[in-house]
Design a protein around this ligand. Structure first.
Ligand code: ADP
Ligand code: MG
Length: 280
């Protein structure tokens, strides 16, 4: 008797099978094979059909796990999709273009997207929705704000790991930089951010949201020369989403106030929710 024969007579086949499936990274097989075996016996499905059912379940589950992993790695502050987005409330937003961008071909083509408009018009929501769509379609995504990114770059530079961070930032298929324009950068911060955009130029897709129109970007980057070079790269292959309607927060809190003014029992939302000066 060989050793493996000896083991297999001592250890239950279920245990061995469990080990093999674990080593082969087939958790759904391990979890489902007994149940599917009973179902297949009932349906008189033959062995190939039994295997096929298990393979299908494993692939569906694996795809779901991969999407979840990409969403985790993207570090979205919240998960939002277009399922909860009311296009009617933002008529200035080009819905057809958003639907087109959701298909993610622009990411394959390494193009850019700029979402521009004042506070509360749904720029972050749109960025989150497009980021989620990209994760679901198999693209790696990184979500950050401009201020956090600059902070992270400066910290990495101080700790002598700037190259590693730059490499990571240039590899991701879609980089989302939210809230460009709320905080002006130092000269070093501007340079570092410029380098990120520069390294991604024609190598990866970048989505930027900003409350500032282009002609005011110099005020955040300080240097006119640098702003010009940056805009040049960013806008070479670009889709622009203009969102110039009313603040959604403002509109919903106004609506709530109107309701309560008409004597309905509804309490208005917290008043500062509608304050357009509150940064988002
Ligand atoms: P911005 O980033 O432009 O300041 P946000 O995307 O943060 O605006 O939107 C503010 C809030 O209003 C968020 O909670 C967002 O989900 C919601 N919101 C904005 N526009 C819409 C819309 N058209 N439909 C549904 N919710 C919206
Ligand atoms: Mg925002």
């Amino acid at each position: 008797m060989t050793m493996s024969e000896e083991i297999s007579t001592v250890v239950a086949p279920q245990v061995l099978l469990g080990n093999h499936l674990k080593a082969l990274k087939l958790p759904t097989f391990a979890r489902e094979y007994e149940k599917v075996a009973m179902e297949s016996a009932q349906d008189r499905a033959d062995y190939p059909r039994y295997l096929l059912r298990l393979c299908e379940l494993e692939r569906i589950d694996r795809e779901r796990r991969n999407i979840e992993r990409r969403i985790r790695l993207a570090r979205f502050p919240q998960t939002k999709s277009f399922d909860t987005f009311d296009f009617g409330a933002q008529p200035s937003l080009n819905k057809a273009l958003v639907l087109e961008l959701m298909r993610c071909e622009w990411i394959d083509r390494r193009q850019n997207c700029l979402a521009l408009g004042p506070s509360g018009t749904g720029k972050t929501h749109t960025a989150l929705g497009l980021g989620l769509a990209a994760c679901q379609k198999g693209y790696s995504v990184a979500f950050t704000t401009a201020a956090a990114l600059v902070h992270e770059l400066m910290e990495a530079r101080d700790e002598r790991r700037l190259r590693a961070l730059q490499k990571h930032l240039s590899m991701v298929k879609l980089l989302i930089v939210d809230e460009l324009g709320y905080v002006p950068f130092t000269a070093v911060g501007s340079e570092l951010l410029f380098e990120v955009f520069s390294q991604r130029y024609e190598r990866g897709a970048t989505l930027v949201t900003s409350n500032l129109p282009f002609d005011e970007w110099t005020s955040i980057f300080g240097s006119e020369r640098l702003t010009g070079a940056l805009l040049d790269r960013l806008t070479h292959h670009v889709h622009i989403l203009e969102m110039n309607g009313e603040s959604y927060r403002l509109a919903t809190s106004k609506k709530a106030q109107r309701r309560s003014a008409h004597g309905q029992s509804q309490t208005p939302k917290t008043s500062n929710e509608g304050d357009p000066s509150t940064k988002t």
